[in-house]
Design a binder for this molecule. Structure first.
Ligand code: ATP
Ligand code: MG
Length: 148
């Protein structure tokens, strides 16, 4: 079941530029099902945990500043081969190199402000879903909605 779930976040720039609707539409058209979704603003300490893997990188400080600069939309998506298919839909990290018709090509301003996040493995997808939601395998399997 873990291969059927991915986590995405529509980042502050895309939210501010009113791209939530068009991005959700592309996600829908590509055959992903929204399992959970919320509109939230990350605190600095939370963003540092979420992007902990990049803490040694030169761009880390700017990444945290950007991701906490406004609300994001956090979403759990379900589809067969979700992680790989979603990364294909969003395109390469650098939008100038992203394939035509991908979310980043269409909506990203730059590599720093690159519109969306997408999990890079099944293991990280579960970790990231749990960061934002009380996600469980059973919940996904049943296809139910989450209780508040
Ligand atoms: P994400 O994790 O957001 O889905 P990604 O997996 O394609 O993106 P990562 O290498 O995980 O890329 O980088 C995380 C984020 O850090 C990117 O979304 C981007 O905003 C930023 N980033 C990555 N590489 C660079 C870079 N060379 N310069 C500036 N920012 C970068
Ligand atoms: Mg990544």
């Amino acid at each position: 079941m873990s291969g059927n779930i991915t986590f995405t976040m529509i980042k502050p720039g895309a939210v501010q530029n009113e791209h939530i609707g068009p991005i959700l539409s592309m996600i829908n058209d590509a055959g992903f099902r929204i399992v959970a979704m919320k509109y939230v603003k990350l605190r600095t300490t939370q963003a540092e945990v979420f992007y902990n893997i990049h803490k040694e990188k030169a761009f880390f400080k700017d990444l945290i500043k950007f991701i906490t600069s406004g609300p994001v939309v956090a979403i759990i998506l379900e589809k067969e081969n979700a992680v790989q298919d979603y990364r294909k839909l969003i395109g390469t990290t650098d939008p100038t190199k992203a394939e035509e018709g991908t979310i980043r090509k269409l909506f990203a301003k730059s590599i720093e402000h690159n519109a969306v996040h997408g999990s890079d493995s099944n293991e990280n997808a579960i970790i990231e879903c749990n960061f934002f939601f009380s996600y469980s395998e059973k919940f996904a399997k049943d296809g139910n909605c989450m209780s508040v």
